[in-house]
Design a protein around this ligand. Sequence first.
Ligand code: NDP
Length: 253
Amino acid sequence: VDRLTDKTALVTGSSRGIGRATAIRLAREGALVAVHYTANQAAAEETVELIEKEGGSAFTVRAELGVPGDVHELFLGLERGLKERTGDTRLDILVNNAAVTSTGAAPEDLTPEEFDRYFAVNAKAPYFLVQRAIGQMPSGGRIVNITSGVTRTAVPDQLAYAMTKGAIEQLTFHLARILAPRGITINSVAPGITDNGSALFDNPEAVKAMAQLSAFNRVGEAGDVADVITFLTTDEARWITGAFIDATGGTLS
Ligand code: NDP
C-alpha cells in the first residue's frame, strides 16, 4: 500500500467489473480516483462508497463515450472533481477500461452501425482520451489500455470487437516512443475470461466451460486483472512500456 500517495487517477468504466476492482486498488495505494461511468450511476456511487469505507478518496464522473463531445464532457467532470479536491487538474494515471464487449450480433450479421459503435467506444475514445490526458500529464505518468486475449487467440464470434482491441494495442505500442522521454509509460493489459459480475457468471455450466480455457482451470476474478493494472501504475513498473501484458491466467499458453 501507499505506492500511489498524492497521485490522481481516472479509470474509465469503473462502475463495475474490472474497472471497479482497479479503482478500489488504486485508491488503496493512496491515489485519488475518478470513477467514470455512463449509465449506471448507482453502481458508480457504490464504487466510491467501497473506496471511502477503506479510507480512500474517489468521486464519480459521468460521460458517454463513443459520441461527439465525449472526451470534452468527461474532462469537464474530471477536472472539476480534481480541482475541488486537490486545487489543480493534474492527472497522473489513465486506465482506458470502458468498452463495448458485445453487440449480440454474429460477424455475418453485424451492421455498419454496430461496427462503428465498437470502434467509437473501444478505439476512438481511448485515442482522444490519451491525446487530451498527455497534454498535462507529468513525469511519472502512467497509461494502461485494457485489451483482450482475443487479439492472440481466434474467437470468430468476436471478430469486430477483437479488431478494436488490436487497434488499442497499436496505440500502446507506438505511443510508448513518444511518451518515454517524458517519463510516462503506456502498456496494454489483456484479460482472459474474467468474472465481471454479469449474469453469465451465475451459470455453473458456463463457468465450468470457460474455466477450462485458463491454465489454472478457473475464470479470472476482476481483482486478478486489477492487481496487474495497479502494478503497472506504480514506480516499480517504470521500466515497462509499450508492452502487451498477458493477464489471462495462462489462456494463451
Ligand atoms: P463491464 O461490462 O463489467 O463494465 C463496462 C464498464 O464500461 C462499465 O463501467 C460501463 O459503464 C462502462 N461503459 C461501457 N460502455 C461505455 C460507454 N459507451 N461510455 C462510457 N462508459 C461505458 O466490463 P468488464 O469488466 O467485463 O471489462 C472491462 C475491460 O476488460 C473492457 O475493456 C473489456 O473489453 C476487457 N475485457 C474483459 C473481459 C471479461 O471477460 N470480462 C475479457 C477480456 C477483456 P456503466 O456501468 O455506466 O454502463
